[in-house]
Design a protein around this ligand. Sequence first.
Ligand SMILES: [Zn+2]
Length: 168
Amino acid sequence: MLTEEQITEIRERVSAATPGPWEVDMWGDFDKETIEVICGCAFKDGKITEDDVYFIVRARTDIPLLLDEITRLTDEVERLQTLYDVAAVERALNGKEVTMLTKRNNQLLADSVKARSEVSRLTKLLLNAGRCLRCSATTIVREQMIRECLECGTKIDLRKHGYEEPKL
Ligand SMILES: [Zn+2]
């Protein structure tokens, strides 16, 4: 991984060098005296500056470093993209699950309201018919508001089921 310092140094070498684009003009045999580095109108006298020389020499090390850094950053972007995609899928699934659970919860609440009202309807029917709430056998009156099952002996207090004592 390139350090901040290395990046700054490379930037400084780029800034110090003669602006590009540069071109190579070669003639005859490959020889340093027969190579010119031409940069548009910047090299008016066909000469390169000392900074240009440093830039060229260090390019041999800087470019591989920069290429490695590009590879590292590309891998990192892919890794983060994968993490992001996984997180997005998880969020979507969680959202769906919450929606599903909310629907199910609402359905259960509605069912429980229905069930309670059905229990109270059946309780009324049993009590009106003089039947036991536990075993549905016949009950007898024990006290004014108390009935007792002949089968299981359960005592039923009618006042607890909304019945009022008859007024005298
Ligand atoms: Zn009973």
